[in-house]
Design a protein around this ligand. Structure first.
Ligand code: AMP
Ligand code: ZN
Length: 665
């Protein structure tokens, strides 16, 4: 096989594995083997740029940067859908259509109505050539580079009788779990969480850096094939063809022979939708026969042959009892509506987030207002309206807090931010406790056993002033504290001591510098190599680093201007915390005769670096686990199959930190 053939074979194979993994949830090779093949392809492509292919599976990782998105006119307009809210609306619609068509009955397809960002993707000769957002329906933005990173979008189609050129429409979604995980990371970095998955999905498509898009857990469902000539005789056939060609189509679509069957589907999903891993806001009902679709045609806005049925958001009326304010670790203030408890969609709701001062203003909220709370697709209940007719006569408009509810410091608000802040970072209890809680959290120093209450007790007893003092705690300090048994005191002290091996990038994240999340911390650690170098860096130097913008740079510089932070860092230094990148271990024979398997994603090393370190120290790296394997080194997101195999063969599973310990003679 020559190089070109090998490249082509790898591409074909990887396209197939991608499809099996992401669209069918049924992979047939291990993640590691997949990664190895992908790495091989990437290397070959780099060595032989003549064989560049814009649709290669290596394009998934992103890299292209779009400075401004080109406007593209849709070859066929992207219509919106008429809405219906009850069954009578649907019966009326059916009657209109039957009259129009001169028939007694039509059959339908029912598809879930995904609440995401609509997209139109064009394929030519089976290859993805362009992806355009809906825009105003007539023209949208070219977001091809970003859409290519979404793994459920096929870059290359498979199967027979694929039309030379066509477009397919669908919805780009952020599943709930991925959305929540993204928000967790943002909160950990001291950033405001995103409001809802839909806006976050459409915002993702407009990111300039496609690598950032690739890192988001976006998915795509495709449901409508559009071509210049009719390709199918029914919507059902077109969905089935789309599946054969490699598209992921709405998971739960059905063919409904009549309106009764449609109603059945609606009732079912109205109940079941809360169990779906993503948000839907209704069902789309489409006339199945294409001949009928053509006869019915379009109004100025929407097809006459399709109808959205919108689910009612679960809503309830209740009374606002008060507005309280939460203070986060970074001092950000979140106003919270305390509500008279009310039953909503099966759970008792007592609180709703009010986000910020602007949100309260927009609602025009007054004391003791009667409000409408909804839990639609959204995860957190929200106040959607105020019942003006029920407002007490003497009610006063809510005045936003001027001072911190915890430490009474005057709140500040920067011109370009929605959130108020308590600037008393060093004296405000929830901020002080929050910073320690962040420092010990799993993705930071990973110190188990200390809850927020214990931290507060430690502070109240003046046993610690900041996280840096954790390292001078002794068991005897902890035992007298309420609720702390001797055993757990011992465990905590051990866990604190063990955290000295946590790598520098995680220490940097643990410090809790505003806007320095895990990814930014890694970039900074790699670039500067040590806390001392980072402390010296100017804003100009910081913005030179990939992905570091001015906002982050200013925050880093401001952090190191505070003398108390220097004292804390010096305490961490004397405790032996890693304040610089560990340099690659020198060559040795420490790992001679050991066989390693490496799986997952690591904090301290890239997978290749880890393999290199093993080999430099005389160890061997194998791709699959056998009885001869000495250790499985497990990172984040390790494949479950690997883990099971290691367990069943009794191969010890170690972390990268435990691996580092092996390198210490
Ligand atoms: P609306 O935005 O309320 O006018 O609803 C129309 C939008 O619903 C379309 O533009 C699509 O983006 C979206 N949609 C979601 N799921 C489907 C589906 N299964 N079939 C058609 N459109 C859908
Ligand atoms: Zn405060």
């Amino acid at each position: 096989m020559n190089i070109e053939q090998e490249i082509n074979a790898l591409r074909k194979e990887l396209h197939e594995h991608n499809y099996r993994y992401y669209s069918e949830d049924a992979p047939i090779i291990s993640d590691q083997l997949f990664d190895e093949k992908l790495a091989r392809l990437k290397a070959l492509e780099e060595q032989h740029p003549a064989f560049y292919d814009p649709n290669s599976p290596t394009q998934r990782v992103g890299g292209a940067v779009t400075k401004s998105f080109k406007t593209v006119v849709h070859a066929q307009r992207m219509y919106s859908l008429d809405n219906s809210y009850n069954k009578q609306d649907l019966l009326d619609w059916e009657a209109r259509m039957c009259k129009n068509l001169g028939v007694d009955q039509v059959d339908y397809t029912c598809e879930l109505k995904y609440d995401g960002a609509s997209i139109s993707i064009t394929y030519q000769d089976g290859k993805l050539v362009q992806a355009v957002t809906r825009g105003d329906g007539i023209q949208g933005d070219d977001v091809t580079q970003n859409v290519k990173t979404i793994r459920t979008v096929p870059l290359q189609l498979t199967g027979l009788s694929i039309p030379e050129k066509f477009s397919i429409r669908g919805e780009i979604m952020l599943p709930t779990a991925g959305f929540l995980a993204m928000n967790e990371q943002r909160i950990a970095a001291g950033e405001e969480p995103y409001m809802n998955p839909r806006n976050t999905a459409s915002g993702s498509l407009k990111l300039q850096d496609s690598k950032a898009v690739a890192s988001r857990p976006l998915e795509c469902y495709l449901y409508q094939i559009v071509a210049t000539r009719p390709l199918f005789s029914s919507q059902l056939e077109s969905l089935e063809a789309a599946i054969r060609w490699g598209f992921r189509v709405p998971k739960h679509f059905i063919h409904a022979p009549n309106m009764d069957a449609v109603f059945h589907f609606l009732d079912y999903w109205e109940q079941e939708r809360s169990h779906l891993p993503y948000e839907i806001d209704g069902v789309v009902i489409k006339v199945n026969q294409m001949a009928f679709q053509e006869q019915l045609g379009y109004t100025a806005k929407s097809p006459r042959w399709a109808m959205a049925y919108k689910f009612k958001a679960a809503a309830a009326e209740t009374v606002l009892e008060s507005v309280t304010y939460q203070v986060g670790r970074t001092g950000a203030i979140t106003p919270v509506a305390q509500l008279r408890p009310v039953l909503l969609g099966g759970t008792v709701v007592k609180r709703a987030s009010l986000h910020n001062a602007d949100f309260i203003k927009e609602l025009g909220l007054h004391d003791h207002d009667t409000v409408l709370v909804e839990k639609g697709g959204e995860i957190i209940p929200k106040i959607t309206a105020v019942k003006l007719e029920k407002r007490p006569l003497d009610a006063k408009e809510i005045v936003y807090a001027t001072h911190c509810p915890e430490c009474n410091t005057l709140l500040v608000r920067n011109a370009d931010e929605a959130q108020h802040y308590c600037p008393n970072a060093l004296g405000c209890m929830p901020q002080r406790v929050g910073r320690v809680a962040h420092f010990i959290s799993r993705k930071a120093m990973d110190i188990d056993g200390l809850g927020a209450e214990t931290i507060q007790l430690l502070m109240q007893h003046q046993l610690i002033d900041s996280y840096a003092d954790l390292y001078s705690l002794k068991e005897v300090d902890l035992v007298p504290l309420e609720r702390l048994a001797e055993k757990s005191a011992q465990n905590i002290v051990h866990a604190i001591a063990a955290s000295v091996t946590v790598p520098f990038s995680r220490v940097l994240f643990a410090l809790g510098i505003r806007y320095v999340g895990q990814t930014v911390a890694k970039k900074l650690a790699q670039h500067f190599g040590s806390i001392d170098a980072l402390m010296q860096a100017s804003v100009e130097e910081l913005v030179q680093v990939e992905e570091i913008g001015e906002r982050i740079a200013l925050s880093v510089v401001a952090y190191f201007r505070v003398p108390a932070h220097h004292q804390q860092i010096e305490k961490l230094r004397s405790a032996g915390i890693q304040l610089s990148q560990t340099v690659a271990a020198p060559a040795s024979t420490l790992l001679a005769d050991m066989r390693f398997v490496v799986s997952g994603v690591f904090e301290l090393y890239s997978r290749d670096e880890l393999k290199a370190v093993i080999e430099q120290n005389g160890g061997k790296v194998a791709s699959s686990i056998s009885a001869n394997t000495t250790y499985l080194i497990a990172g984040d997101k390790m494949g479950p199959a690997k883990k099971d195999k290691a367990v069943s063969l009794g191969v010890p599973i170690i972390s990268e930190i435990e691996f580092n310990a092996l390198l210490k003679p």
